[in-house]
Design a protein around this ligand. Sequence first.
Ligand code: EPU
Length: 439
Amino acid sequence: MADDFFIVQGLGGKRSLSGELPVRGSKNAALPAMASSLLFDGPLTLSNIPLIGDVEVMGEMLEELGAEVKRNSNGDLVIDAQPVRATSLPRELAKQMRASVILAGPLLARFGEIAFPHPGGCVIGARPIDLFLEGFQKMGAEYEEADSVYRLRAPKTGLRGADIFFRQPTVTGTETLLLAATRAHGKTLLRNAAMEPEVVFLAELLRASGAHIKGEGTPTIEIIGTEKLLRLPAQAGAPRKSIAVIPDRIETGSFLILGALAGKDISITHCEPEHIRILIELLRTAGVNVEAGKDSLLVRAPIKKGTAYKSFGIKTHEYPGFPTDLQAPATVFLTQAHGEALVHETIFDGRLAYTKDLVAMGADIALWDAHRASVKGPTPLRGRELHGPDLRAGLAYLIAAIVARGKSVIYNAQLIDRGYERIEERLKKIGVMIERVSN
Ligand code: EPU
């Protein structure tokens, strides 16, 4: 897997793809849900967990900590974290993935101490953890850092509830402190909290299992901590078997963009259109024919052949604004739309680097600074050799390669595999000419 690459034969601007694209479970909802197993009294069974690299890494980390992790034949993931005793995150694995830091919340709450390295992850700009550390301190923990390893210790009596205001809404920061607060003494308020659907999902999972949480999906979340371990409640007299992870909204949005650019008629199923409302609204103003059902989307090519879409500006924003994770695929859309538009990346400061590769493919993009680029379209794209800088830009390259004329080679397939399950097999089914080459 390590050095796999994709070869894509582009459609040269034709809108010919057709069929169904089922969306898998959300990566960024699955990871904190897996981490929450550390607070459970017995096994936690999660369904709709995608088969992706980051889930593997999180599973391996839990195993190294002492948990039992297995996949049932139906695909459900069962994690029993009761045997866990270790309180140091495995260094190499933790450095591979930013989301490893989420484990710090439940581990600190359960054992009173935790050591972890500065988390790694996608190269999309500075990704500090100051807000996590300050939150833990407010809950009474002390920390020291040496050689990029953080050591945190809770008071002897355990973490205390606290009033925490995030200077900047942070998704994993909110999730980590939410997990910790579930087992702290007393009340915690998380203010200016992230409102992303993944945060809401985690709060619902914890509440369904006995935690006292309210306000998720708003800027203030209130948690009353409890000593009791969590357990999925009985349903109709029988133990609830599993909890299903929400569909991946970034995959949904990326498929929608692909459908708009290269689809004749594509139906995107098992999704939650409301989670990408902003993208649907923007694509509709551009002239894309999108029909939204309760859990599906239908995107059809314009009736008049060759009709060009209109451009629109993008400003990334916390939910329900435009997701930074859809910024790169949306920029590919803009290269094919009429007009000039500004792409303003407000969340991360290294997330426009991929635009130079789109320029090499024929796009007309001016990069003004680390946060802003303008895109003039439409311009035909030509196939290229590409190295994705992160998993979201990697998928944007796949979309660009499908739209382009000629052959593209996309290296670092493992980056795309971190977040998208067997993408080539799924794209082939709708007519994409794509092959994975394994070394
Ligand atoms: N920030 C700080 N200090 C902190 C934490 C965050 O300054 O202690 C800043 C970040 O540098 C950034 C902003 O706050 O400028 C928001 O970052 P956030 O913490 O929300 O990002 P994250 O939790 O690390 C999650 C997703 C990302 C997604 C962002 C933004 C997961 C596992 N990751 O990251 O997803 O881009 O929220 O929505 O949920 C991806 O899936 O490819 C991905 C990068």
